[in-house]
Design a protein around this ligand. Structure first.
Ligand code: 13P
Length: 253
């Protein structure tokens, strides 16, 4: 059986002191509870170290929101896979829609990032999702299938086994609009079929596919009750311990 993952993507919020405080409140809320899911925090780069100091030795993992596609060198302002790994990160986001749409990251670039993350022993959390106009044009499935194939094709079985997928419809991110549980479940099932077509049934059944896009305390249980939805990637509601903890409590499978 697949485990659920609940992850908080803090985006460009929380300086290192605020981040440490939030991590410590989340830790307090989990103490003594059998939470039955994995919890990952994705703070901004300058906050990672303080958060790791707080959660070290606990069940909470930490990841980077981004990484660069090269090992090292003259890339001013960039952060490498090795730097994240060395700091104690286990995960890294690749292909978040804000990277794709605001910073123009394409599948060729994302492919390199995903592979270098794997090379350094990080677990990539690979994000896919369609724009509103693509959904309205009936192209959501086609777009997501292409995003998956363009980046994941060619990975070996041991590599794909370390990848987690997050489906984040772009029109649902930060808008308060959520895909209905059944729309999300349909897309998750399509994603699982695409994984099956490339890597076979066993790997597709093991693949953790999380949902992201305005997940809140009030809608988490309904989304996470869908058998094909294996967790939540949370933005806004992850910035307060209270709302994030409620989503974690709702995730027990
Ligand atoms: P919101 O939960 O704020 O919609 O953000 C979702 C997201 O982008 C998580 O990566």
């Amino acid at each position: 059986m697949r485990k659920n993952i609940v992850a908080g993507n803090w985006k460009m919020n929380k300086n290192h002191m605020e981040g440490a405080r939030l991590a410590s409140e989340i830790l307090d809320g989990l103490r003594g509870r059998d939470i039955g899911c994995e919890v990952i925090l994705f703070p901004t780069f300058t906050t990672i170290s303080s958060v790791i100091d707080v959660v070290k030795g606990s069940a909470i993992s930490v990841g980077g929101q981004n990484l660069y596609s090269e090992r090292d060198g003259a890339f001013t302002g960039e952060i490498s896979a090795e730097m994240l790994k060395n700091l104690g990160c286990q995960y890294v986001l690749v292909g978040h829609s804000e990277r794709r749409n605001i910073f123009g990251e394409d599948s060729v670039f994302l492919s390199k990032k995903l592979r270098i993350a794997l090379e350094y022993g990080l677990f990539p959390l690979f994000c896919v999702g369609e724009l509103l106009e693509q959904r309205e044009a009936g192209k959501a499935g086609e777009v997501v299938e292409k995003q998956l194939k363009d980046v994941l094709n060619g990975l070996g079985g041991d590599e794909i086994s370390r990848v987690t997928i997050a489906y984040e419809p772009v029109w649902a991110i930060g808008t308060g609009k959520t895909a209905t549980a059944s729309d999300a479940a349909n897309m998750h099932s399509l994603i699982r079929d695409v994984i099956k077509s490339i890597f076979g049934s066993e790997i597709s059944q093991r693949m953790i596919i999380m949902y992201g896009g305005s997940v809140k305390a009030g809608n988490a249980a309904q989304l996470l009750n869908e058998p094909d939805i294996d967790g939540a990637l949370v933005g806004g509601a992850a910035l307060k311990a209270d709302s994030f903890l409620k989503i974690i409590y709702a995730s027990a499978k």
